[in-house]
Design a protein around this ligand. Sequence first.
Ligand code: ZN
Length: 271
Amino acid sequence: MPELPEVETTLRGIEPWLDQQVIDSVNVRNASLRWPIPPEVNDLTGLSIKRLWRRAKYLLLELSDQSHLIMHLGMSGMMRVVRPDEVYQKHDHFELVMENGYALRLNDPRRFGCVLWTDEPIESHQLLASLGPEPLSAGFDGQWLKQAAGKRTVAVKNLIMNNHVVVGVGNIYASEALFLAGIRPDRQAGRIALQRYQKLAATIKQVLELAIQAGGTTLRDFRRTDGQPGYFKQQLNVYGRADQSCLQCGKTIINITLGQRASYYCPGCQT
Ligand SMILES: [Zn+2]
């Protein structure tokens, strides 16, 4: 599933081909995504793309009439920039053709992704309004986590995976950040000291930045690739390593279930 680093990598990959460009045509080949692609997208011809950005895992295209396209990759989506005469691939559901001779295509076999359009203020859109801060922003730090934790008894891993607390910390990144911070994933959020939350906020930023860098390195030929963005391939310390030895201390990695998600930790390194 595309996580925040893959979405950021996708954004950086498509931006050079779309930024400030005029939309020549819009092709909806299959409107049945997670929500139907609204018919208004067919009226976007002639508008230009003023800005591309990301909020949580949503890709946002601000258009010259101040309206926005909101796109999400869902479980299996990916975007490619191609020449418009390139043969469509199976599961190419949506295409934006630009006047510069390039086209953005959304391919999504499982169709949990979305393409939406709104002319309302984007910050108050129902999908975005209640999201917590971006993990890589200055506003996200240990103080914020400590305050969000309050006296809550929820496991700290579930706290940092809660989109109202902070966006974009998926299962792999939560597990790895907790390992690097030395915190057990099942520790009660309300019983963790500020100093440990400061460490955790730093390690969350660290694992996400490393993943974005790893993705970025595969993006040089973005337009010519088969569209596979640079998925997270950095060394994992705990995630998926149940019953293997900890790379730091040699103890056996444990797998527990938290919030219905597999959660891995080292009993030697994490307390
Ligand atoms: Zn260890």
